[in-house]
Design a protein around this ligand. Structure first.
Ligand SMILES: Cc1cc2nc3c(=O)[nH]c(=O)nc-3n(C[C@H](O)[C@H](O)[C@H](O)COP(=O)(O)OP(=O)(O)OC[C@H]3O[C@@H](n4cnc5c(N)ncnc54)[C@H](O)[C@@H]3O)c2cc1C
Length: 429
């Protein structure tokens, strides 16, 4: 009998796994079970559904010859009987099981539940509410006040947000990480005045150092986005106004919550699989015999990633193993790398570009080039002769060379400034 591989989730990791499995000549019947109603798509491009550059249907990803069961939520796993239970009550047998359930948005810390952050029309239930009886998946959703907060994870979320933006006067985006920044920029590109409320002292603090965050703030200001750092939201009122913890109230009729994500693990946890922040996997990406986890839901060597790059690297390793093309392939982790390309907002960040800012400067060398007139900022942090972190903002002309040196952990050239400068770059500091 043909071997059956069941993949729970039909997102970016699942699609890549299925596509690579077929390309590598894998001999099994692969089925993707996806709760969303559409085929796998490139989630990382969703902000451009708001700018109008893409329709959601333009973002569809290939998934080899896998069977696609869309709109099909898996509600329970039985790893002893090797069966899945589906939302319609059906039980489906499998031989190997791949969890690719992704992540779900978190609400801002400290938000109260009454008259506060709730998802906007037709959105998900708030993720901090008790899980539904099945322990997984979106619930029906409460009665919603008109001024609820939009979540931004799925194509449907972005389609709803685009429709709401067309009627809105003024928007607030809660969260100034990469997701909040790209959503704010996309809303502003539609002519909507936007305010970002961000808890940390500078934007995108996980990927950028302070000066880069400040430069980004300047670029956003030029696009019509105001940024309030060091601020938290106390409540979103029914009329859309947003109350900050200091008491200040922002006028708005469209609110977006972009406060980070958490691995979607309820299904694995309920099945007794090992879960900490994510589903715990080893270098084979396995969490139990014949059970694997990849993508945003997986935790490997104490790390969850939350990036498409890591999800794809994991999918590639698992496809190589399960197809038999490289049965001993192992996943050794992904090096942190982030890239934003959103119109005039452009940066690439490698490793920890703020490694020198945490009081741990010992053994680090820092090279910096800032050019305020061109709106560019570049920084290279070296530990010995290797790259510990780097950022290019506003001028990515050397991104290829830098990415290669970083990904291969190469010894940097004798004059590492070359990794930051191109013939057109000027103004070393
Ligand atoms: C707006 C946006 C912009 C982003 N931009 C970038 C970027 O620029 N660069 C980058 O590297 N990353 C980016 N990311 C993150 C990137 O999209 C994720 O890292 C990637 O999608 C992870 O893939 P995944 O398959 O693990 O999860 P997902 O793509 O989220 O797929 C998981 C799927 O599983 C489904 N599912 C969950 N539970 C069940 C169940 N029980 N039954 C059936 N189906 C289930 C979900 O509905 C979902 O469709 C962005 C994310 C968002 C939301």
């Amino acid at each position: 009998m043909t071997r059956r591989i069941a993949v729970v989730g039909a997102g970016m990791a699942a699609a890549r796994f299925a596509e690579r499995f077929q390309a590598l000549g894998g001999d099994a019947e692969v089925t993707l079970y996806g709760a969303e109603p559409r085929a796998p798509y490139n989630r990382a491009l969703l902000a451009d559904v708001l700018t109008g550059r893409y329709a959601a249907d333009d973002l569809t990803l290939l998934s080899g010859d896998a069977q696609l069961r869309t709109g099909c939520e898996v509600t329970a796993l039985d790893t002893v009987a090797h069966t899945l239970r589906l939302a319609d009550g059906a039980h489906v047998p499998y031989d190997d099981l791949v969890l690719a359930t992704g992540a779900e948005p978190v609400l801002p810390g400290g938000a109260d539940t009454a008259d506060t952050l709730r998802p906007a029309d037709g959105g998900h239930a708030p993720y901090d509410e008790p899980a539904p009886a099945t322990g997984v998946g979106p619930a029906a959703g409460p009665a919603l006040p008109p001024g609820g907060a939009h979540m931004v994870r799925t194509a449907a979320d972005f389609e709803r947000l685009a429709a709401a933006a067309a009627r809105a006067r003024r928007a607030v985006v809660i969260g100034g990480g990469v997701l909040g920044v790209s959503v704010a920029r996309a809303l502003a590109s539609r002519g909507l005045p936007v305010t970002i409320v961000h808890q940390a002292s500078h934007l995108v603090e996980r990927e950028l150092d302070g000066p880069a965050g400040e430069l980004l703030r300047g670029v956003l200001a030029g696009l019509g986005v105001e940024v309030r750092t060091g601020s938290t939201v106390r409540a979103v009122h029914g009329d859309g106004r947003v109350e900050l913890s200091g008491g200040h109230v922002l006028d708005a009729d469209l609110v977006v919550a972009a406060c980070g994500v958490t691995p979607r693990t309820a299904l694995a946890r309920a099945a007794g699989l090992p879960v900490r922040t994510g589903v715990l996997v080893d270098d084979r990406l396995s969490c139990a015999p014949g059970v694997y986890a990849i993508g945003d839901c997986a935790e490997h060597r104490d790390r969850t990633h939350g990036t498409a790059g890591a999800a794809w690297e994991q999918a590639d390793v698992l496809a190589a193993r399960l197809s038999g093309a490289a049965p001993d392939a192992a996943y050794a982790g992904s090096r942190p790398y982030a890239r934003l390309s959103a119109g005039p907002l452009e940066y690439a960040a490698f490793g920890d570009p703020a490694a020198d800012e945490g009081g741990d400067e010992g053994g680090l060398d820092v090279l910096r080039i800032a050019d305020a007139t061109r709106g560019s900022y570049k920084k290279l942090v070296l530990r010995g002769d290797r790259i510990a972190g780097a950022v290019l903002l506003g001028d990515l002309s050397t991104v290829g060379a830098l990415a290669r040196a970083y990904e291969r952990d190469e010894i940097v050239p004798a004059d590492p400034f070359h990794l930051l400068t191109s013939p057109t770059s000027q103004g070393a500091s």
